[in-house]
Design a binder for this molecule. Structure first.
Ligand SMILES: NC(=O)c1ccc[n+]([C@@H]2O[C@H](COP(=O)([O-])OP(=O)(O)OC[C@H]3O[C@@H](n4cnc5c(N)ncnc54)[C@H](OP(=O)(O)O)[C@@H]3O)[C@@H](O)[C@H]2O)c1
Length: 220
């Protein structure tokens, strides 16, 4: 698959390197082509296949059969505008989170903004875990592969992102339509706040008790 990444920072590095290792062609992009080219070279060091390329925002948007949106919120609108019409109808993987998590407004989800600005088939994914988790080969915790929820509406875009999740050694989980992306964004805002506040956020979601024959009633 040809993967264009809008971004040349931590998330572009972590995810792009893994996908390039899995045999995909990757182009990253940033504000400064020289700096992005240095980053692409760094990502290519351990690769046997095609080196990671660097381009402008519009070049990465045009290059990708799938395009990953991995920029900071502050730059989001400008970057998407710089891509012109290149993102219309394409599968777009939205990994973004709000810059100010404490002030996140679920009434204005970033995934909806990206869809409205681009006309792309947005799938929200990869926003719940820290960048270092995406560098793990593979991300496995307590013997279980990391599960990655996906929210999106377009079957072809969802199928492409499921492949990208599997290429990381993770398990895709159906999170529902794009209208539920706000829940993923709110979850990130809530959980990251707990982690950075010193709480063990993993401990708040134990599995359902499995010993009894009956599942507990769904909480209201
Ligand atoms: N880091 C994490 O643990 C993590 C985890 C999940 C989701 N996310 C989300 O993923 C997205 C990318 O995060 P990241 O960690 O890769 O960030 P990062 O390392 O800071 O990289 C940010 C990218 O955004 C670009 N950008 C464009 N306009 C910008 C502006 N006005 N201000 C700042 N950056 C601008 C930067 O361009 P240049 O290359 O020119 O600097 C860079 O390529 C964010 O929305 C973040 O919330 C991050």
């Amino acid at each position: 698959m040809r993967i264009g990444i809008l971004g040349a920072g931590g998330m572009a590095d972590a995810l792009g390197t893994q996908w390039a290792r899995a045999g995909h062609e990757v182009m990253i992009s940033g504000r400064d082509l020289g700096r992005s080219a240095v980053q692409a070279e760094k990502m290519s060091v351990s690769l046997r296949g095609t080196p990671v390329r660097a381009g402008s925002w519009a070049e990465a948007a045009g290059f990708g059969e799938v395009v990953v949106v991995a920029v900071r919120e502050a730059g989001l609108v400008g970057v998407l505008e710089a891509c012109g019409a290149a993102l219309r109808g394409k599968p777009l993987v939205d990994v973004t989170n709000a810059a100010d998590l404490a002030a996140y407004d679920p009434g204005r989800p970033l995934a909806g903004l990206i869809r409205d600005l681009t006309g792309g088939h947005v799938v929200k994914a990869f926003n719940l875990c820290h960048v270092d988790v995406w560098r793990m080969t593979p991300p496995v915790f307590d013997g279980r592969p990391l599960a990655v929820p996906l929210c999106g509406d377009d079957p072809a875009a969802l199928a492409a992102v499921r492949t990208l999740v599997a290429d990381l050694g993770c398990t895709p989980v159906d999170g529902g339509g794009l209208d539920r992306a706000r829940l993923l964004e709110a979850t990130a805002a809530f959980v990251i706040g707990l982690w950075f506040g010193g709480a063990d956020a993993q401990a708040i979601l134990p599995p359902l008790p499995s010993s009894g024959a009956h599942l507990p009633a769904e909480p209201r």
